[in-house]
Ligand binder design. Structure first.
Ligand code: E4P
Length: 225
């Protein structure tokens, strides 16, 4: 399962990259707004930081297919390879996906709330489809189940598309999709950090360190024995 960082703050992205295995970064216009800077400059800085092969997902904001395609061309030119153009699953968006996929552009269908939206986007050529897990949960729907249904439908119909599950608020949502073999998830830095946090682990490390120090003296490690 690919793990992407759903953020545009370069310091936060660097911190997560330093400690955790990651496969790229996803953004949307609201995430970019939080930076309060020229969004293209923010995206360029993220691209410069990311290692070769890492994915960068960035969204078009135009409302017609023709304008979305112009915007996508510009973004691909500026941000280079391994850029995924996020396009919402409106009718104009689906039209843009159909046309852009003919040029072999990498497309991520976004703002997905139903499995049929994802199915149609994949048929239109989207490589990834992003169901909003937590937003669905907040609506009284089952976000994890929608993501699982999409995953199953892609397999059943032999579509060359994966789920890029998005909008997470806790580890349980991520775990449920991980256990199901979902292709990829994107989560905010705090959710990624929460994936390994456990008080019992911290306590165990504390006891191990104390026992070792009582044996060989405070501050000593295997390195100086
Ligand atoms: C991803 O495509 C979405 O933009 C993002 O994950 C939404 O997350 P939120 O529900 O936390 O805003």
């Amino acid at each position: 399962m690919l793990v992407l960082i759903d953020d545009a703050n370069l310091e936060a992205i660097k911190r997560i990259y330093e400690f955790y295995p990651c496969d790229g970064v996803t953004t949307n216009p609201s995430i970019l707004k939080k930076q309060g800077e020229n969004p293209m400059e923010v995206l360029k800085a993220i691209r410069e930081f990311l290692p070769d092969g890492a994915q960068l997902h960035a969204q078009v904001v135009s409302l017609t297919a023709e304008k979305m395609i112009d915007e996508a061309h510009h973004m691909l030119e500026v941000l280079g390879k391994d850029t995924y153009i996020k396009i919402p699953v409106t009718s104009e968006g689906i039209k843009a996906m159909k046309l852009l996929s003919k040029e072999n552009a990498n497309i991520t269908a976004t703002a997905i709330y139903t499995s049929m939206q994802a199915f149609i986007a994949a048929k239109a050529g989207a490589r990834y489809t992003a169901p909003y897990v937590n937003r669905l949960d907040n609506m009284g729907a089952d976000g994890v189940q929608v993501a699982k249904d999409i995953h199953d439908m892609f397999k059943m119909h032999g579509l060359n598309a994966d789920v890029l599950a998005a909008s997470f608020k806790n580890s349980q949502q991520v775990l449920n999709l991980c256990k199901y073999g979902i292709g990829s998830i994107t989560a905010a830095p705090d959710v990624i950090e929460g994936l390994i946090k456990h008080d019992a682990t911290a306590n165990a490390v504390e006891v191990f360190t104390k026992d070792f120090y009582s044996l060989v003296g405070e501050g000593n490690t295997m390195e100086n024995l």
